[in-house]
Design a binder for this molecule. Structure first.
Ligand SMILES: [Zn+2]
Length: 372
């Protein structure tokens, strides 16, 4: 049996479950005495095999903490990435996940980082941190939203060390504001036990579940909408459609749409865009589209049309599927967040950071089938 067998199994178990991981999101790792085996950027956990992991020298990885890096975000992340690349084992070609530093901090043998929808109901809730303190403080840490990459890892290091001096052991769980969860354990069974515990404690708090039953809508409106969008997006674009109770309720008014008016998490931005377009009918679609393009310098990837439903648009089919998946996830997060004080979004500065971050651009390019 290979030493990565359990890691591959864990990756498939969470990577294939849409309640835990969507598209190319999330990452997993395993440690032995000298090496950290972590998902390479741009691979998908659901289909990963042993070759999808990057081997990192743990000593060289920990030496990153002894260095100082530039203040400027681009220069800093480039320097950290260069050090991460240099810490790879001999002959390694993949690019280690941006969350490699995080995985390296946890002493446990296995770590699974994911973006579970119900967990993000809490991490994207206005009262999320208070609910976390009530439900998980004894076993977990909470990390406020900071720029992913080096600064996030540094914030986690500080929180985890404070937990250790308080509790006498390293935490097994980490809740990341507007981002997701990390579960660390000595075995795959321990990861499963802790993961199930998180879900069951959260399920008990939910006051309203997302209403995902498909809704029948006027077929003429759907084909008119799809045609209008194809005309605006240009030849060769893929347009997908979906209508369910949650989508139609959000599209019904500006107030109902408000929880979706800003992004919840980095993956929503990477796959579905930083802003959804919501119009009050098909007649408003062209003006809404052009206004969006003017404002953002790019076309929308998700368009909601009142009393019709949601359209996902992309230059290729796989990217359109992912845009719809992450949009539906945002709808679900918005519904779950009602149980935790209502929606709390990423700040405009953080949205700007993610949109411009080289690592995320790399991930978005890979997610859309492009060459890194
Ligand atoms: Zn993540």
């Amino acid at each position: 049996m290979g030493k990565l067998d359990d890691l591959v199994r864990l990756s498939h178990r969470y990577g294939l479950d849409p309640e835990w991981i969507l598209a190319g999101g999330g990452n997993t790792s395993f440690k032995d005495a000298t090496g950290l085996y972590v998902k390479a950027s741009g691979t998908s956990l659901g289909t990963i095999d042993e070759t999808g992991f990057c081997t990192i020298d743990r000593d060289r990885l920990m030496r990153i903490w002894e260095r100082s890096y530039p203040e400027d975000a681009d220069a800093r992340e480039a320097a950290v990435l260069a050090d991460l690349m240099a810490a790879r084992g001999e002959g390694q070609k993949g690019r280690p996940s941006v969350e490699t530093l995080l995985h390296g901090l946890f002493p446990q043998s296995y770590a699974v980082h994911s973006h579970p929808t119900i967990v993000n109901g809490l991490t994207c809730g206005r009262d999320g941190e208070a609910a976390f303190a009530r439900l998980f403080k004894d076993i977990a840490i909470w990390v406020p939203f900071v720029e992913p990459g080096y600064l996030l890892a540094r914030a986690v290091k500080a929180e985890a060390e404070a937990f250790r001096s308080r509790a006498g052991a390293f935490p097994n769980l980490m809740f990341m504001q507007n981002h997701g969860l990390l579960v660390a354990g000595e075995s795959a069974a321990e990861i499963d036990r802790l993961s199930a515990l998180v879900i069951s404690r959260l399920e008990a708090q939910i006051v309203r579940r997302p209403c995902l039953a498909a809704k029948a809508v006027d077929a003429t409106a759907i084909s008119r909408g799809a045609k209008a969008i194809k005309d605006l997006a240009g030849e060769g674009s893929t347009v997908l459609f979906r209508a369910d109770g949650e989508i139609l309720a959000r599209a019904a008014s500006e107030a109902a749409f408000a929880p979706l008016s800003l992004p919840f998490s980095p993956d929503h931005i990477v796959y579905a865009g930083h802003e959804f377009l919501c119009v009050d009918g098909l007649d408003s679609l062209p003006a809404g589209w052009l206004g969006y393009a003017d404002r953002n310098g790019q076309a929308p990837r998700i368009v909601l049309v009142r009393e019709t439903g949601a359209f996902a648009i992309s230059g290729n089919g796989a990217a359109a599927v992912n845009a719809m998946l992450l949009f539906v996830d945002a709808c679900k997060v918005a519904a779950y967040a009602e149980s935790f004080g209502g929606a709390s979004h990423m700040s405009p500065a953080m949205v700007h950071f993610i949109r411009n971050w080289e690592v995320e651009r790399f991930r978005a390019a890979v997610s859309q089938g492009g060459k890194p």
